[in-house]
Design a protein around this ligand. Sequence first.
Ligand code: BG6
Length: 453
Amino acid sequence: MKFKNIPKCFLWGASSSAFQVEGAYLEDGKKLSIADVNSLKKSDIQMDTKISSDMYHHYEEDVKLMKECGLKSYRFSINWTRIYPNGDEEKPNEKGLAFYDTFINSLVENGITPIVTIYHFDQPYHLIEKYGGWTNEQSIEDYFKYAKCLIDRFGDRVKHWITINEQSVMVFASHMLGIDQTLSDEEKYQLAFKANLNMWLAQAKTMRYLKETHPESLIGPAVSYLTTLPDSRKSKDLSEARFLEDFHSYAQMDVAIKGVIPQFFLTELKKFGVEYTLTTEMKETLKNGTANWCCVNWYCTTIVKCADENQELPLFKRISFVKDKELKYTDWGWNFDPKGLRLAMREFMFRYGNVPVCISEIGWSEKEEVVDGKIHDVDRIDYIEKHVEQLDLALADGVNIVGMNLWSFQDLLSVGDGENKRYGLVYVDFQDNSRRRIKKDSFTYYQELIKKH
Ligand code: BG6
């Protein structure tokens, strides 16, 4: 299939995050992150971060495969604990920097644009033990020191930056921030939303710094973009569906792009028992450090109905989630609803005009087996084709979409569901110590798609 509206400069890419692919979890000075700690708690039931896809030792082979596939971009994250193993050191770990230097160079030499996520769920665990991680304002300085170090070191070659991956997901799944899960819901929300504000401030400082030092570069968050549909035509369902999108996704984009926390967010926050005291300095920090592109992670649509009309309740007590029997779902409950993507893209344009938007994650998960040396992942191929079709239509609608990075390039450790939930274009044999790679049928499909465009 050839699409008409996709520009030649489109970043056809793929995506991953450090702790999900790298392995080498304590190598070359690296220490534990909260992502490692949470994964190690499940070591008896599924794969953990110790080896995962072992990209740390396979990056040359992986870059070769990326080149063969024809990728124009590769979105990956830097493992915070390779650079600042404890998070509070004065000087970075040179071995960690050297690893990413080599990796970034090999991408650039092969014509692949690096898209770098500074922080993807992996704050150093030491900072959580020492002062409560993001719930403490000191995190703003520790993150900024780390982000600045990356920008200073790699900014000559990296022109596409992502500050924080899926902040609102971490706020609601607050074990990802290291928040004690034995606390009451109210206590957890107090801490998680405090962390939310600290992350916004840290991100704003970073975006300002990058724009001042590298004005030609792009920087913004990767927002978990929920396209939420109402279960019925009733206005109570529609308004709660909109509200979930506003609260979960658009509030994050508003703060990053407009530099202001929207009032609807602050009003809703009070229902969680949380109130922000915003100083003039904080407001200025947010206003002076805004994004000049926005990345979005988009997988499927979400369907909700109003469960309780009492508007005094916090959002999650007012809604319930619904499954549409007419849609196909993965084994993990994520639907196949490509038209939702065009809706999302158009809505982005109506809110933020011509700000470039990049899909930083999109993908289909399956349990997969090798049959006669091959993996026939037909559903993934169908998923890619139908979603690119919708992107093409969104481009025709005028949305400034600059790229699409499939989640994921190689199979990796799923955050929620271990190693059986595979997303890759490249199969990784997790039973084999050498982590053998095999190209799936979707690899060839994507390769042809890129070639045609
Ligand atoms: C996104 C994350 O939320 O979804 C990724 O940024 C994650 O890190 C992906 O892997 C899919 O979720 P899961 O739980 O299937 O790994």
